[in-house]
Ligand binder design. Structure first.
Ligand code: NAD
Length: 288
């Protein structure tokens, strides 16, 4: 195995919010990154997101201007998944959170991946063990769960699938560390660590709002001013996206059958009404 800090060929599957952020972190660490998407427009958006992300680091004096061009030179956006996967020493799957999409994608990965490559999924709410079983090498596969925005949040949850080998976990930890992240290793249980604690908290806040305990603005003020959290739970739900929040609490409920994870009815009503938070301009708060 190569050293953790050697430049590697990394293939990121999915050029959306997470794929672009992960690709940015990888080029900054000197890796060659194939950024793959099925949609050309998504790929172009992903490439632009990496460029903008690097420029933002220059504005914040965290990167020299030359670093932007250096980073972009390491980025290869492509729709040619077979070639990108065949070239990869590390595969990071970050396509849409849909089990059927992931199933067919991982079958393709299986047809093209080189033996011994580190295979990872960035899923937030699906089972890493199940996804790994779609691919070619469950022992060589684990979860590599980044947080949004990737450029800002240092944590990576390295998720141990039921069949992940110890060597795979060690490689994933070394890889995450070498791209400047702080990994923690956890078991493959619903929500892993952060979402298991955070999503029920947000869901509880929505339920309390629906019960008229307090208004939205004061609920957020309560938790920022009284618990010293950087953001209130409803503003956080708006940031995550109410649809994503609902899917996450539904997954916890479905997987565990535990009634304490029952989705707040107000959350469902808002998603049905298209109030998805920041991305739709309205959630628990309004956005210009
Ligand atoms: N958004 C978050 O806050 C967040 C945080 C952590 C993890 N995740 C996880 O990361 C993954 C991606 O989430 P996202 O928010 O970036 O989604 P997104 O919708 O922004 O991006 C997904 C991308 O995958 C592409 N895609 C779909 N099917 C494909 C295929 N077969 N081949 C290639 N590309 C394909 C889509 O075109 C899209 O560009 C999900 O598993 C999600 O659970 C998301």
């Amino acid at each position: 195995m190569r050293g953790a800090t050697d430049a590697a060929v990394v293939t990121v599957l999915g050029a959306g919010t997470m794929g672009a952020g992960i690709a940015q972190a990888c080029v900054l660490a000197g890796h060659h990154v194939h950024l793959v998407d099925a949609e050309l427009t998504a790929l172009e958006r992903g490439e632009a997101a990496v460029r903008n992300g690097l420029e933002r680091l220059v504005q914040k004096a965290q990167l020299e201007q030359a670093g932007v061009e250096r980073g972009l030179a390491l980025l290869l956006p492509t729709t040619d998944l077979p070639a990108a996967v065949a070239a990869a020493e590390v595969v990071i799957e970050a396509v849409s959170e849909d089990l059927e999409v992931k199933r067919s994608l991982w079958r393709l990965v299986g047809a093209h991946a080189r033996p011994g490559s580190l295979l990872t999924t960035n899923t937030s709410s699906l089972s890493v063990t199940e996804i790994a079983a779609f691919g070619p090498d469950p022992a060589g596969t684990c979860g590599l769960h980044f947080f949004n925005p990737v450029a800002v949040l240092p944590l990576v949850e390295v998720v141990r699938g039921e069949r992940s080998s110890e060597a795979t976990i060690e490689r994933a930890v070394a890889f995450a560390t070498a791209i400047g992240k702080t990994p923690i290793v956890c078991r493959d249980t619903p929500g892993f660590v952060v979402n298991r604690l955070l999503i029920p908290y947000v869901n509880d806040a929505v339920q309390a709002l629906d019960e008229g305990v307090v208004g939205a603005r004061d609920m957020d003020a309560a938790m920022t001013l009284g618990a010293n959290l950087p953001i209130g739970p409803l503003a956080l739900a708006d940031l995550i996206g109410l649809d994503v929040t609902l899917a996450a609490i539904e997954a916890l409920h479905r997987e565990t059958g535990d009634p304490r994870y029952r989705p707040a009815p107000l959350l469902r009503r808002m998603v049905r009404a298209g109030k998805l938070g920041r991305k739709s301009g309205e959630g628990f708060h309004r956005y210009a």
